[in-house]
Design a protein around this ligand. Sequence first.
Ligand code: 13P
Ligand code: SF4
Length: 375
Amino acid sequence: METVDFETDLSLFKYDNLEQLPPAYRDLAEAERAERIESARAELGDDVIILGHNYQRREIVEHADFIGDSYQLSKHAAEADADYVVFCGVTFMAESADIITDDDQTVILPSMEASCPMAGMAEALQVDAAWTELNEAADDDENIIPITYMNSYADLKAFCAEQGGLVCTSSNAHKAFEYAFERGDKVLFLPDKHLGDNTAHRLGMADATAEWDPWDPEAADAAEVADADIVLWDGYCQVHERFTERHVESFREAHPDGNVIVHPECRREVVEAADVAGSTSTICETVENADPGETWAIGTEIHLTNHLQRWHPEVEVLPLCGDACMDCNAMRQVDPNYLTWVLEGLADGIERNVVEVDPREKELAGLALERMLEV
Ligand code: 13P
Ligand code: SF4
């Protein structure tokens, strides 16, 4: 297989040059920490809002002004007047918030090690190299449109915009595909192959996909995948890949009247076996609207399942694969000690762990997000 050589300083963490937690903040007791967080917030007043993704732990979401999915949180950030947006989530979410907030708002990610591994599976530099290869392999008159899932870095969103593509969330991926096919002949979907596969299936295009890992010598090469209408980048979320069809079957055997809801980052056979598939906000709304006494198995990150059990004791909420359900290692990096540290810093006039997207990338990534809003 032909591969493209390029030099890069790719690293595990997108922002690895920023301050780490000082020792004095490492072992705070929960009660002291909660009190210090609230007192820093009181001092900062309307100057700060705290956003918490649905996968954050209890000790974080308890302090959040808004809890929600990745897209909802960015919208809240943009609608808020606060000077500081403390985003308790992962790097790509904080970047998205920075892209859509005003220039005078500052986005802070409490721990810079909160990097989603799936977003890291499609680095813009790698995609750029692979893109050249794919276009060379495709017929000259064929136009490929790249679509990237929200779970990607700003530079990849910018790359997609430059190539006529757009961003999507797990709720509007099907509409983004329709947008792309109205304007082009093929789609390159990044980085989550399962969301891409589930979306292709939903659109009746399950047979039109090809999975592509340009660096795997054993896998299909660019010439082979270029025949497919939908090329799926070989990225995935390990938290969601863990769920299997067998988990759904076991749950149904034990709870014949129960229901199953999963995130669309799960494998296709799991999504097909479930009753509902949707974003973390869809999962929250579904349990919120369930009748008392109903049983729901949740196929997503374990903290959200735990929150739903606490928030809706009238519904029986169970983790789809029991003790084997995982937490997200990236989300876990934002612990309440970090939250205390960044808030006390702000109260003292010190900005720590600011996420600031390069202006040119910001403009282009903003365009990719705007296109998403058009769909
Ligand atoms: P949502 O956009 O549904 O909140 O999902 C984000 C995520 O990281 C899922 O793994
Ligand atoms: Fe990334 Fe998966 Fe964690 Fe979501 S759950 S932030 S996709 S690693």
